[in-house]
Design a protein around this ligand. Structure first.
Ligand code: PMP
Ligand code: GLN
Length: 382
């Protein structure tokens, strides 16, 4: 049996969604939209199925999707990956993260992440036998202390697993923070694995891929996912890009995890990536409106609210309501008021869990009426 040391056990998303379903609560826990993405993408998947694209895809991904990924990187960021050698399609960003870490990390190596960190990071670092070192992100803006970041590096740091925009805090890192990461990665000769699944879900300055900074591309693998950008989280189509030798190493691992990823969904996502710019600005504007509705509701309900610059998530402080243990609250909340949320301490090691003890994460990728109803229910907590 696996020990829980690597953060394994039942994921918090499974636990809270199961609780939401069994209590009939509004699920603002697990981050998935309650409306599907563009109909032309769905139609493209249906057409692909009807045309017989139902057997294994090439392990590297269908050519049309790899070309669309490369074109998207060029259009938005001026990056120019070769779709034949520098792009790999994966079964969600989750597989990309796992395959990259298993490819790059040996037992005893250190992997550095910010804290709080997305739950699969701890588990995969544990499965790879590596040591998970963290640098804290601190409220209210959840930016890193750059000295603490530097202190977290060592000669054993093999990979910096960056997440920008950041789940669960909603932070979007500005150029000077990314430049510091690149500078330190170069100084300690570490690779950067950058999880950018929320790249198009930002509400202020545009997302900056770390790979676009001077000196970064040669040591960086960039990961993204169709789940977030196109609201098809259940399709599990993700991808990564980077230098050929790094992508080849990840591909070697991917062969034995899943071999390949869902064929008809891949060609449909190629259609999505080619959508015009107004689709991309539209999703961010719509989501920003939802953020503002939920933030106002949470403030009215008495929480301390940290309004995010990106992602699907708002973090709140429960302390102003006299509640100090968000893990306990998250377990009781669905039964208490009919709303599910995710406690932030589960994204932390013990010291970070203490620091974030009263923080709770709510997802706002839901219909506005659902967000308003959730806020009204939460207001009864006061
Ligand atoms: N990374 C982060 C930061 C996430 O929030 C998520 C959840 N969508 C994932 C990776 C996993 O993405 P996917 O569903 O494409 O596997
Ligand atoms: N990324 C989503 C979240 O943070 C959940 C993904 C999952 O269920 N593993 O809520």
């Amino acid at each position: 049996l696996l020990s829980p040391d690597g953060g394994l056990g039942v994921t918090i998303f499974e636990e809270m969604t199961t609780l939401a379903v069994s209590t009939g609560a509004i699920n603002l826990g697990q981050g998935f939209p309650d409306e599907d993405g563009p109909s032309e993408i769905k139609a493209a998947a249906q057409a692909a199925i009807a045309s017989g694209a139902n057997q294994y895809a090439p392990g590297q991904g269908v050519p049309a999707l790899r070309e669309a990924i490369a074109a998207h990187q060029k259009r938005f960021y001026g990056l120019d990956p070769n779709p034949d050698t520098e792009v790999l399609v994966t079964t969600g960003a989750t597989e990309a993260i796992a395959a990259a870490l298993l490819a790059f990390v040996q037992p005893g190596d250190e992997v550095l992440t910010f804290e709080p960190f997305y739950d699969s990071y701890g588990a995969i670092i544990g499965l790879a036998g590596a040591k998970h070192v963290t640098a804290p992100l601190l409220a209210p803006d959840f930016m890193p202390d750059l000295n603490a970041l530097e202190n977290a590096f060592s000669s054993r740091t093999k990979v910096v697993l960056l997440n920008n925009p950041h789940n669960p805090t909603g932070a979007v890192f500005p150029r000077h923070v990314l430049a510091k990461v690149v500078e330190l990665a170069a100084k300690y000769d570490a690779m950067i694995v950058s999880d950018e699944v929320y790249e198009h879900l930002t509400f202020g300055p545009a997302h900056i891929p770390v790979a676009s900074l001077p000196g970064a591309a040669a040591r960086t693998i960039t990961i993204s996912s169709a789940g977030k950008t196109f609201s098809f989280t259940g399709w599990k189509i993700g991808w990564l890009s980077g230098p050929e030798h790094l992508v080849a190493a990840v591909r070697t691992v991917k062969q034995f995890l899943t071999y390949s990823s869902g064929t008809p969904f891949q060609s449909a996502i190629a259609v999505g990536l080619a959508l015009p710019d107004d689709f991309y600005t539209g999703i961010a504007t719509t989501l920003q409106h939802k953020r503002d509705i939920l933030a106002a509701g949470l403030r009215a309900a008495g929480f301390g609210v940290y309004s995010p610059s990106g992602t699907y998530f708002i973090n709140v402080d429960t302390a102003p309501l006299g509640i100090c243990d968000s893990v306990d609250l998250a377990r009781r909340l669905p039964g208490l008021v009919g709303v599910a949320a995710i406690p932030v301490p589960v994204f932390c090691h013990p010291e970070g869990a203490e620091r974030t003890r009263s923080l709770l994460r709510f997802a706002f990728c839901k219909k506005t009426g659902v967000l308003e109803e959730a806020a009204e229910r939460l207001a009864t907590l006061k």
